[in-house]
Design a protein around this ligand. Structure first.
Ligand code: FER
Length: 280
C-alpha cells in the first residue's frame, strides 16, 4: 500500500464523525512555522480588571490579518493546560503561525483568538506544585472570571460579535476540561466547543450534559479529540460514548500521539477551519 492510501485509510479509521459530515485534512509539513511574505495576524497583550480574582489579569490576543474595526468578528477562547499560562500556546503551539497559514489558504472565517490565563487566582503563574489543590481549584474558578470579566472586556475593547453563535471555546488538557465544562454548561454563551486531550477536571457526562435534547438543538460544533497513546484517553472516550448514546452530534478524533503539543497543534489546525461556518 502506498503512502497516500495508508494515510487515507488512517483518516477513515480515526475520524469518527458522529451524525455529521466531515472530511479531514492532515496538517502539512511546516504548518506551524513562520512564513515570510504572507499576511500575518497581530498579537496584543491585554490586562483586565477581574472582579472574580480581585486583581488585574493578563491575556494574549491574536487578531486576524487585515483586522478592521469597521467589521465585527467572532471570537475563539483558546485555553492552556495545567503547566501553562497565557503564553503556553504561543510558546509551544505557535497558533499565530498555524492561523496565518490557514488564512493564506482561505480556510478560516476571520476571528479574534483570545489566549487567557485559566488559573484564576492571585498568583496565576505555573510555578511550585502545579497540582496543588488551590491551583487546580483556580481552573474551576476561571469560569466566572471568563464569563463576568474577560469576555465583557474583550467585547468592549475589540470589534467582536457578542452572540453565542459567534463565540467558541476550546482548550488542551485542563483547558479541554474547562472548555467542555464551561461551554456545555453555558450554551447561552457558546455554540462551538472543543476539548483536546481533556483532563480529569472534565465533568462526568451526566453532569456535563444533563439535558441532551437542549444541547442537541444549541450546539453548532462539539469536538472531542485525544492522542491514542495518551493516559487520559478514557476521559474523551467516556464523553464520546455518552454523546453517542444520547444522539448528540459531535466529532470524535483519535490521532496518533501522546499528551503533547504535536497533537494539540494538529488539533488546532483541524478544528479552527470548522468554526463559524454555516454547516456543521
Ligand atoms: C490529572 C492529570 C492531568 C489532573 C490534571 C491533569 C487535575 C492535567 C494535565 C494537563 O493539563 O496537561 O490527574 O488532575
Amino acid at each position: 500500500m502506498n503512502k497516500l492510501s495508508l494515510s487515507t485509510l488512517f483518516l477513515l479509521c480515526s475520524f469518527t464523525v458522529c451524525f455529521g459530515q466531515y472530511s479531514a485534512i492532515s496538517s502539512p509539513a511546516g504548518f506551524d512555522t513562520f512564513i515570510e511574505g504572507i499576511p500575518h495576524g497581530r498579537l496584543d497583550t491585554i490586562s483586565y480588571a477581574s472582579k472574580t480574582v480581585g486583581t488585574n489579569r493578563k491575556a494574549v490576543i491574536y487578531l486576524p490579518p487585515g483586522y478592521n474595526v469597521k467589521k465585527k468578528y467572532p471570537v475563539l477562547y483558546l485555553l492552556h493546560g495545567i503547566g501553562g499560562d497565557e503564553f503556553e500556546w504561543l510558546n509551544n503551539g505557535k497558533p499565530q503561525h498555524i492561523l496565518d497559514q490557514l488564512y493564506r489558504d482561505k480556510k478560516l472565517t476571520p476571528m479574534i483568538v483570545v489566549l487567557p490565563n485559566g488559573r484564576a487566582m492571585t498568583d496565576d503563574r505555573a510555578t511550585g506544585n502545579i497540582m496543588a489543590a488551590d491551583k487546580v481549584e483556580a481552573f474551576s474558578r476561571f469560569e466566572r472570571d471568563l464569563l463576568d470579566d474577560l469576555i465583557p472586556f474583550v467585547e468592549q475593547k475589540y470589534s467582536a460579535m457578542t452572540n453565542r453563535e459567534n463565540r467558541a471555546i476550546a482548550g488542551l488538557s485542563m483547558g479541554g476540561g474547562q472548555s467542555l465544562n464551561f461551554g456545555l454548561g453555558n450554551l447561552d454563551k457558546f455554540a462551538w466547543i472543543g476539548g483536546f486531550s481533556s483532563a480529569p477536571n472534565t465533568r462526568a457526562p451526566e453532569q456535563l450534559l444533563p439535558d441532551p435534547a437542549t444541547a442537541k438543538s444549541k450546539i453548532k460544533l462539539l469536538w472531542i479529540s485525544c492522542g491514542d497513546q495518551d493516559n487520559l484517553i478514557k476521559i474523551s472516550e467516556r464523553t464520546h460514548e455518552y454523546l453517542s448514546s444520547n444522539g448528540i452530534p459531535h466529532i470524535f478524533y483519535i490521532e496518533p500521539g501522546h499528551h503533547d503539543f504535536k497533537v494539540w497543534k494538529n488539533d488546532l489546525y483541524q478544528f479552527a477551519p470548522l468554526l463559524f461556518k454555516g454547516d456543521k
